[in-house]
Ligand binder design. Structure first.
Ligand code: PLP
Length: 361
């Protein structure tokens, strides 16, 4: 990224300075393609997964000449999918999930059999709040059998589990660089093959990114994205060890603690839990004061805590959901962080409970 900041050229210019910038962009494109088992010419760089979702989820995207009439989504998709698509409201079908947040495959199959129309399914590989893994390959098989296409939000899965076109069977993947060590504000929409056409790009103009995303490329961010894609290798086994340690400590501390989606398949780094009668926003502040950053409900840009649509779709009671805290380990986590978290949690929750008892008395 530092090398890119030093380049004065625009990646679309033909002079040597421009070609130097272009080389960084194309190197990154090849690294991102290799990460998911795709080919470089089908990588469209964007400002992140939100933009990639807005770009892909439209009836104006055709695959092998076919367009889609409906968008099917799991009720637990990220808000950038639920709100970022460009289908009309009557063309969007929300599919139910079970108590762990896993897509109800029978409901998907039932809908496909009864409607027999070309659909686009948007299904995430892993959920950002609970870490639950979706049965993406099984869902893709059903959709493909009915002539539809599958767009997989792979943001939370990449770098945490094996995640590629081969493992998901998706036709397109949404990726975000900052989830695996790259810079914030870089992402990609990656197509499986080159028989796609976007009649309605979001940004029109100079024709960059094969006409799918006009505008001068953010070369430094793209270079950082490519560098991160090139170095994430085998999944770090320590992540699940740390996460499991925190969960074991939590249940040991308070057997009434609820860990969401614990009995389902999850990414190794994420845990979402609630402690009875402890509000998430109060706990978040207490942990923050103790130097630990966690999220409550759905983290949201306005700084307000909204009710989690994910927990709601899973059938979690609102009072319990209002206590939901999310923690995640990542590339920056270190040995000792899990123990430090458990100790701090015990202390701050103990203090919160003691204060409540003394004010009640
Ligand atoms: N999808 C999931 C599952 C996410 O967790 C996020 C961000 O946290 C996004 C999409 C949006 O990604 P970006 O921040 O790159 O727009």
């Amino acid at each position: 990224m530092l090398a890119a900041f030093d380049l004065v050229g625009n990646a679309s210019s033909v002079h040597a300075d421009g070609r130097a910038a272009r080389e960084l962009v194309e190197r990154a494109r090849a690294a991102v393609a290799a990460l998911v088992g795709g080919s470089a010419e089908n990588v469209v760089f964007t400002s992140g997964a939100t933009e990639a979702a807005n770009l892909a989820l439209t009836p104006e995207l055709s695959f092998e000449g076919e367009r889609t009439d409906y968008l099917l989504v799991a009720a637990t998709e990220h808000i950038c999918v639920l709100q970022g698509h460009r289908f009309s409201a009557s063309q969007v079908i929300r599919l139910p999930v079970d108590r762990n947040g896993c897509l109800d495959l029978a409901a998907l199959e039932h809908w496909l059999k009864h409607h027999r129309v070309p659909v686009m399914l948007a299904l995430q590989a892993a959920n950002n709040e609970t870490g639950i893994l979706q049965p993406i390959a099984e869902a893709a098989a059903l959709v493909h059998a009915h002539g539809g296409i599958v767009v997989c939000d792979a943001v939370q899965a990449i770098g945490r589990i094996a995640c590629s076109f081969a493992t998901t069977s998706a036709d397109a993947l949404l990726i975000s660089a900052h989830k695996f060590g790259g810079p914030k504000g870089a992402g990609a929409l990656v197509f499986k093959h080159d028989r796609w056409h976007l009649n309605a790009p979001l940004l029109r103009g100079g024709g960059q990114e094969r006409g799918a995303r006009a505008g001068t490329e953010n070369v430094a961010a793209i270079a950082g994205f490519g560098a991160a894609a090139g170095v994430i290798g085998a999944v770090d086994e320590r992540l699940s060890h740390w996460r499991d340690q925190v969960e074991a400590d939590l249940v040991d501390f308070d057997p009434a603690a609820i860990i969401f989606a614990r009995s389902g398949p999850r990414v190794p780094n994420t845990s979402a839990f609630a402690l009875p009668a402890i509000r998430a926003d109060t706990l978040l502040i207490a942990l923050d004061l103790a130097g630990i950053s966690v999220s409550s409900g759905s983290a949201c840009s306005s700084g307000k805590v909204r009710r989690s649509h994910v927990l709601e779709a899973m059938g979690i009671e609102p009072t319990l959901a209002s206590g939901a805290i999310r923690i995640s380990f990542g590339h920056a986590s270190q040995e000792g962080d899990a123990g430090r978290f458990s100790e701090t949690l015990r202390r701050v929750v103990g203090e919160m409970r003691a204060r409540r008892w003394s004010s009640a008395a």
